[in-house]
Ligand binder design. Sequence first.
Ligand SMILES: Nc1ncnc2c1ncn2[C@@H]1O[C@H](COP(=O)(O)OP(=O)(O)OP(=O)(O)O)[C@@H](O)[C@H]1O
Ligand SMILES: [Mg+2]
Length: 257
Amino acid sequence: MSNCVLKLEHLHKSFGGVEAVKDFSCTVDEGQIVAIIGPNGAGKTTIFNLISKIYQPDRGTLALGGVDITRKSQIETARMGVSRTFQNTRLFAGLNVLDNVKVALDFDGKYSLLEAMFLLPRRWKREKETTRRAMECLELLNLAQYAQTRPSNLPYGIQRRVEIARALVSNPKVLMLDEPAAGLNPEEVFQLVDFIREIHGKYPQLAILVIEHRMDLVMNLSDYIYVQDFGETIARGLPADIQNDPLVLKAYLGEEE
Ligand SMILES: Nc1ncnc2c1ncn2[C@@H]1O[C@H](COP(=O)(O)OP(=O)(O)OP(=O)(O)O)[C@@H](O)[C@H]1O
Ligand SMILES: [Mg+2]
């Protein structure tokens, strides 16, 4: 029996007159890779923004591991195990790779500013622990060699991986990747797909949601695919079924009926 991690039911989100997401439902199981594909403006990123609580849905519900998170805040949702990357790289230019990853561990810090000032030994201990966890994650993902390097001095493909490492270091239940291959050259795209497979192998419980613009990329990566167009799910199914779906081809190629 599969174990459902994320369950979205009848989500709606409008911006003014634009219905960005219309009645979106989806389940993601433990260890599953689910892709959301569709043309520009289809509402893919909005779905991620609803899951990570950047936006609240107008209607519909979200549950994480059976717990209703519909009204939870962004920070609560993150603490409960929802992690993501963004369509545009958002690494801190002034920090090295290690510190960029450590940033993601600071939100669950239990220390107030006062404690930080007066309980230095405890703070040091925590700092050591944060460094250890971040290094462990970088090592697991074969990125340790870049720990002391600034992201801007690294190829874009590596920067993307560092971002993913940062999303993973908090040990989430759900990892959401928004167009991780955007801006990569063909060689880097291949490597990224391998990297995601590697993560899948090393974090077998982790549910991965990936947004992609390009169909070919997700075809042999994902277990299940949702195809969005103008806010609606126009198809859903196994990669092989999606590939030959006439509605999908029409959305992508803009064919006449
Ligand atoms: N904060 C916002 N305010 C107003 N409109 C928005 C907002 N966010 C998204 N939209 C609109 O909602 C629709 C869906 O946008 P969204 O970014 O979710 O699409 P997408 O599928 O991720 O597209 P892309 O492939 O270009 O990234 C678009 O028409 C967009 O302009
Ligand atoms: Mg988008």
